[in-house]
Each structure stands twice: as C-alpha cells, then as structure tokens.
Design a protein around this ligand. Structure first.
Ligand code: SF4
Ligand code: SF4
Length: 171
C-alpha cells in the first residue's frame, strides 16, 4: 500500500470500508510503506521490515479485524491516505454508494470462492506465486485449473474496481 490521497474519516465512505477491508487483509497489498517521520511511533505497534523504498510492515495486517482497523487513531500515514479506485469514484460523485457497495460485495464473493482453494495458512500473495507455477504445469489437475481460474477472476475484478492504472495484474 502506498499513499495517494487524503484520509477517509467518516460517513458512507467509512461504512463502505468497514464492509470491505481488502486494502488491509492482503487481498490488494503485501506490505504498507512507513514514512521516515513517523518511524518511532509506528514501530511501537508494528514489526517493521526493510522494503525497496524504506521501512514497511507486512500484510495481512494484524490489526485488521473483521474489516475494521483496531489501531484506527494511530494508523500510519499511508493507511490514512489510501483510497482505492472505487472510493475515489465515490468521492468524485462518479458512482453512488449502492454501486460502490455492489463492487465490494461482488469482489468479496470472488475472494471467498478462492479461499476454498488456499492451502493451510496460505496468503493470497503466496497463492499468486503458486498460480504462476501451476499455470505452466502441463499435467495440472482440474482442481488446480479451478484454482487458477478463480484467482484470476478475483484479480481481474480487483483490477477493474480497486487497483489504479499502472498497478493492475495485467499492466
Ligand atoms: S479497498 Fe477501497 S473500499 Fe475497500 S477498505 Fe480499502 S479503501 Fe475502502
Ligand atoms: S493499520 Fe489499520 S488501516 Fe493500516 S493496514 Fe492495518 S488495519 Fe489497515
């Protein structure tokens, strides 16, 4: 997760996000960048790791519980700033809340379909690596094919509704 816009604080946007949580639970991101000027505060509550551009903490975030941030008032700047494509469209008045909620519900359904194919403790990111290997396996089973198709359907939905231009699976 990288910063891109002002914070989400209240109202329909917050209702949407608390029904979703996909920018916190490892569906969209594998890590969250931490700004240098908040390092000392953030490392009080997160285990930080070296990232390509600086310190990060890993996703799924341990403070995401049932789509809700348990450290909301102390969440890092990147979290405060982040808005997915659907939230930006809602902010801009390009779509109404029912359409935003439909996108979230539909994508959560696609995610749930993938979860039945995950190995014990496997993250979606690890599953994406497994998909890349299975995709080249000429002797893959029907179960593996179903896993590939469902995960790809989820990623296409994430591209369409959540990931920004230049950040999509196909870009
Ligand atoms: S992915 Fe978008 S709608 Fe979902 S919680 Fe994050 S900002 Fe909110
Ligand atoms: S700190 Fe809160 S907003 Fe940030 S990734 Fe974790 S659960 Fe999400």
């Amino acid at each position: 997760m990288t910063a891109s816009a002002p914070p989400t604080t209240s109202g329909p946007e917050q209702d949407l996000c608390t029904s979703c949580g996909m920018c916190c639970d490892g569906t969209l991101f594998t890590f969250v960048e931490v700004a240098e000027d908040e390092l000392s505060a953030v490392q009080q509550i997160f285990t930080l790791h070296a990232g390509a551009k600086g310190p990060v903490f890993h996703q799924p975030c341990t403070y995401n519980r049932e789509h809700t941030c348990m450290v909301y008032n102390d969440r890092p700047q990147t979290c405060r700033a982040y808005r997915c494509k659907t939230l930006l469209a809602l902010d801009a008045g390009e779509i109404a809340l029912p359409e935003a909620a439909r996108r979230v519900a539909e994508t959560l359904g696609a995610k749930q379909a993938v979860e039945g194919h995950l190995e014990c403790g496997e993250t979606l990111n690890a599953a994406r690596e497994r998909r890349a290997i299975a995709a080249t396996d000429q002797e893959r089973s029907k179960t593996q094919l179903a896993f590939i198709l469902k995960l790809t359907a989820l990623d296409l939905m994430l591209d369409r509704y959540f990931r920004k231009r230049g950040k999509t699976m196909l870009s």
